[in-house]
Design a protein around this ligand. Structure first.
Ligand code: AMP
Ligand code: ZN
Length: 306
């Protein structure tokens, strides 16, 4: 029987591919929590007394994020924020899964329902000229609403469950496309450079998607079992499949190397574009144009409610 690398007592059940170590369940959970804590400290993500909004989708990553933040920092002022995007079957399923879990964690939850509060859902974009880029539209809507809710509720920071696979996929795509503007925005911490922009943090940026899945499963956290019906075949999924093939066949450390080399050797030499920030003529939220991306998008499906 193979014993755990860390405690040398329990049977090893989990293989960490990039460090080539076998761990038992308990030591894996400890290793995971310590690594998240180290990441939060290394990037100075959270200061004492800050109010942190946690964007929870019902998926394994953000559910784990909320649970681990509460476990590592029991006295931290946390508020969960969930957007019900109105995607048939999927959104209600996500909402149900996380509601009872958050109640048990004793964290306040702000729910925002697109259909009930704005009168449309992500499905309304399917038949527009944006139909083929629905994930990117959904991303714009989510970013805007999460920031607005965090700002209106006077939260100091907004934490999301983006994992290492998400971040590496964006870096990889930016390299392939030569998209230096987007690359400058890849950062575990994004300061809010306008009074109405809430700073964003990604405490799980060093954890792989598989580690999050293992943590959520072994810690018995509830998370969605359906995948979004609108996300099939999107760019990010294709890139992730490609990157995972490299990991499996050639180089288990590829994701960690790409992320570290970007943060240490590339990011310091890229200056974020110095865009002038205006306030949107329609909603008053920050934008680099006269009208923000959210208002431009929602105008094509229906006028914004007054
Ligand atoms: P995604 O854009 O789906 O890859 O999700 C990235 C992160 O955004 C998640 O880990 C969450 O923190 C946040 N997020 C995604 N969807 C939602 C949602 N419906 N409500 C609240 N937060 C979300
Ligand atoms: Zn606007």
């Amino acid at each position: 029987m193979r014993l755990c690398y860390a405690c040398s007592k329990e049977p090893a059940e989990i293989f960490i591919d990039y460090s080539k170590r076998w761990l038992c369940i308990n030591c894996f959970l400890n290793y995971y929590e310590r690594k998240v804590k180290r990441t939060i400290e290394a990037y100075r993500m959270i200061k004492p007394n800050e109010k942190i909004g946690v964007a929870v989708s019902g998926g394994k990553d953000s559910t784990t994020l909320l649970y681990v933040l509460k476990k590592l920092y029991p006295s931290l002022n946390l508020t969960a924020i969930h957007l019900n995007l109105g995607v048939k079957e999927y959104s209600d399923h996500c909402n149900e899964v996380l509601r009872s879990f958050i109640k048990k964690l004793n964290v306040p939850l702000i729910e925002f329902n697109l259909i009930k509060q704005l009168g449309f859902s992500i499905h309304n974009f399917e038949k527009t000229r944006h139909g083929r880029k629905i994930c990117s539209i959904c991303g714009t809507i989510k970013r805007y609403l999460l920031n607005k809710i965090a700002y209106e509720n006077k939260l100091d920071k907004l934490a999301t469950g983006h994992n290492l696979d998400d971040i590496v996929e964006v870096i990889f795509n930016c390299y392939v496309q030569g998209d230096i503007v987007q690359l400058a925005r890849v950062n575990p911490v994004l300061p809010g450079n306008h009074p109405k922009l809430v700073a964003r943090i990604k405490p799980l940026c060093m954890m792989t998607e598989m580690e999050n899945l293992l943590y959520a499963s072994y810690a018995e956290l509830p998370f969605r079992s359906l995948s979004c019906p609108l996300s099939k075949g999107n760019r990010s999924l294709k890139n992730k499949k490609f990157i995972n093939a490299i990991i499996l066949k050639e180089m288990p450390t590829f994701k960690h190397m790409l992320f570290k080399s970007y943060v240490k050797r590339i990011a310091p030499y890229i200056n974020p574009p110095l865009e002038k920030i205006f306030e949107c003529e329609i909603c008053g939220m920050p934008t680099s144009k006269n009208i923000c991306a959210f208002c431009r998008l929602t105008k094509i499906i229906k006028p914004l409610p007054q």
